[in-house]
Design a protein around this ligand. Sequence first.
Ligand code: SF4
Length: 224
Amino acid sequence: MLTEIIDKFYLEQQKSREQNHFYITDVGKCPRAVFFKFKNVPREKMDARILRIFERGESMHMNIINTLIRLGIVVAAEIKIPAQEIISGRADVILSLNNELYVLDIKSMNSMIFRNLTEPKPENLQQVQLYLHYFKIKKGILLYIDKDQQNIKEFVFNYDSKLVKSLLDDFQKLKTKIDSDTIPPKLLDWSENWQCRYCQFKDICSEVGEGDLHWNGFKNKLES
Ligand code: SF4
């Protein structure tokens, strides 16, 4: 009785929103999945349990931010990157340590993944590199929280201008495909890649086939 009411509450929070610019969190994501988000392709709903897990992660992030505020080292929290044409995003925290500024991003994960984590996940690193670029800050920190045991781990790194340039080039190339209605190819390791396993577009993606395809042709096929 109550479980159905709670699940329904979570499920109703999910809305398919048309996307018209990139989010920093799109970095490292499958270009085809990002294309589908821009075209507002209907996606599989996430189940309520997964949404509750995300929410729990968010509340742990807030706890860490509150601790940093109490320590007096937070310069700004939940801060949007300066407005520009292509990407929007919001960094968790900018903090000051020993008179040096850092962009901090907080991620949470289960114990097993946390235990095996010896370096930052590439997509997380790429995300913070973009924040460093837009905030013109030279150092970043990724702080990972073990959701089950509450252990924490940090990785500190410097701004990498070459990496940022290649990420921005990739966004630009994807934008060209979106504007020209060209569906990008599948990931090379399609279906094995972890992104495919959790992808909300996997059914549609398998219908599209392998390579580049024109969106309007496929859309007409879907509608008929
Ligand atoms: S199923 Fe895989 S290749 Fe297809 S859109 Fe999703 S993540 Fe990309």
